[in-house]
Design a protein around this ligand. Structure first.
Ligand code: BES
Ligand code: ZN
Length: 472
């Protein structure tokens, strides 16, 4: 029996394992959930040891979150096999998840895997992002052990618990371990993204980076009555709304001078690559749940997501947000926005440009309130070389499992360590997604189709077999 047959015959066992991890609410962005993030790391270490993987936890020190000092979740490392005659593949994934509350509009409990028999879907926070894919690697190891098939490569695993919160501490860890744990790695594979559509498998060679800032405006000593103080004081919320309007236009144009100018120019060859991608504007409309695209042109839409920066306004802390008509002047508001970065935009450089611009625009207002701009997190953009053998292995494995040539895509989201792994280890990095475009990562009713979980597990295994066929 092949490992793939074992996977096919043991689907319920693999689904049960996914249910076990979805039950652990390992939300990295909320201090109150931090013990669950640690519990998830322990779970992984135990599961890996049960599969004879040499697994260990590595502390990363402390962080400050919501004014509290907290231990960062550990890096989980694993090594399976150490045969000098085999290639060594490093895989990365994350075991933390986004927050989720039933009240947000979930139709089932977010931290209970709900198996919908009719649609063949597995609903739950982390099912696709990124617990399903992380378990995919463990499933592949177990399938080889149970089917008696020889494992094709040496596998090194690096799983982190802070990806959804900017991967604090990870770059330093990779740097410190580059000649120790990470020594001898031949190529890197990450399964932490999605197909571009719901029907064609994809392989991804680029991600956008991120620069996230908070605009803090304060003035009054406490919240004020607008009947008493309206018309007599500078209002923080009014200043903030004005600054927000200076960041981006409703058609998506970034208004900060000096950002667009840095973007790598578009070549004809690159434009043609987007034209060839099997995608329709309606794919994006259905994933977004509304006909709201900035353009009706397929190539414009693809480039807007893959190769241009974008600026999104996320929220305001401190503003009145409850139901009803409270006549308040909020004393202190904190506006949050971020910019997705592409080559050649780097987070520190963009953060400095934005801070300078916001301070200059604020100065023009003549407001007596105080402004501070804080940078919360960042990640560098990444683009890889698709001509490397690593990609040929991913493509062949996809053709074997799906009988289809994968779309070669760049993605709009970010995985901060991707470029760090490429630059620090000097190795090729490839993204090999498990889930589909409509999985709803970060949204309500996040899901992974059983077919994607099962065939995705086979895909990760077949990829390792393709790697073992590459000439030294
Ligand atoms: N799995 C996503 C990355 C992703 C999103 C890839 C969309 C492809 C398409 C990852 O878990 C994620 O959401 N990352 C954060 C990183 C940020 C906090 C630095 C993101 O992109 O917002
Ligand atoms: Zn993810």
């Amino acid at each position: 029996m092949s490992f793939a047959d074992w996977v096919e015959n043991n689907q319920q066992h693999l689904i049960d394992r996914l249910a076990e991890v979805v039950r652990i609410p390992s939300v990295s962005g909320d201090a109150a959930y931090r013990p669950h993030v640690f519990a998830m790391a322990e779970w992984l270490q135990n599961a890996m040891r049960a599969l004879n993987i040499d697994a260990s936890l590595h502390a990363l020190g402390k962080q400050t979150l919501d004014g509290k000092e907290l231990d960062l979740p550990p890096i989980v490392l694993g090594q399976y096999g150490n045969d000098p005659n085999k290639k060594t593949i490093l895989v990365y994934g994350h075991y933390d998840v986004q927050p989720a509350l039933k009240e947000d509009g979930w139709t089932s409990e977010p931290f209970e895997l709900h198996h919908d028999l009719k649609s063949g879907r597995l609903y739950g926070r982390g099912s696709t992002d990124d617990k399903g894919p992380v378990l995919g690697w463990l499933n592949v190891i177990e399938a080889h052990q149970q089917s008696g098939q020889e494992f094709p490569v040496n596998l090194k695993m690096c799983f982190e618990g802070m990806e959804e919160s900017g991967s604090e501490g990870l770059d330093g860890f990779i740097e410190r371990e580059k000649d120790a744990f990470f020594a001898g790695v031949d190529a890197v594979c990450i399964s932490d993204n999605y197909w571009l559509t719901t029907s064609s498998p994809a392989i991804t060679y680029g991600l956008r980076g991120l620069m996230y800032q908070k605009i803090v405006i304060s003035g009054p000593g406490a919240d004020l009555h607008s009947g008493v103080f309206g018309g007599t004081v500078h209002e923080p919320m009014t200043d903030l709304v004005h600054l927000f309007s200076k960041l981006v236009s409703p058609s998506g144009e970034i208004l900060i001078p000096g950002i667009k100018e840095l973007v790598a120019p578009l070549t004809d060859e690159e434009r043609q690559r987007y034209e060839k991608i099997n995608f329709q504007v309606s794919d994006l409309e259905s994933a977004a749940g509304g006909k709201i695209t900035l353009s009706d042109d397929k190539v414009d839409v693809l480039m807007g997501r893959m190769r241009y920066p974008s600026l999104s306004i996320h929220g305001v802390e401190g503003a009145f947000s409850a139901p009803g008509a409270k006549t308040v002047i909020p004393a202190k508001v904190q506006g949050k926005y971020s910019i997705r970065l592409v080559p050649n935009l780097l987070p520190d450089q963009v953060a400095a440009i934005c801070k300078g611009y916001l301070e200059a625009e604020f100065a023009k207002l003549g407001s007596k309130n105080t402004l501070t701009v804080e940078t919360l997190s960042g990640g560098k953009p990444w683009v890889s070389d698709v001509n490397h053998w690593n990609y040929q292995c991913g493509i062949k494995a996809t053709e074997k499992v799906y009988n289809q040539t994968p779309d070669l895509t760049r993605e709009g989201g970010s995985i901060p360590c991707t470029l760090s792994l490429q630059d620090i280890l000097h190795k090729n990095v490839m993204l090999l997604p498990m889930g589909r475009s409509d999985d709803g990562a970060h949204s309500i009713n996040e899901k992974l189709d059983i077919d994607n979980y099962i065939r995705g597990t086979k895909l990760l295994g077949e990829y390792l077999h393709e790697v073992s066929k590459v000439e030294a």
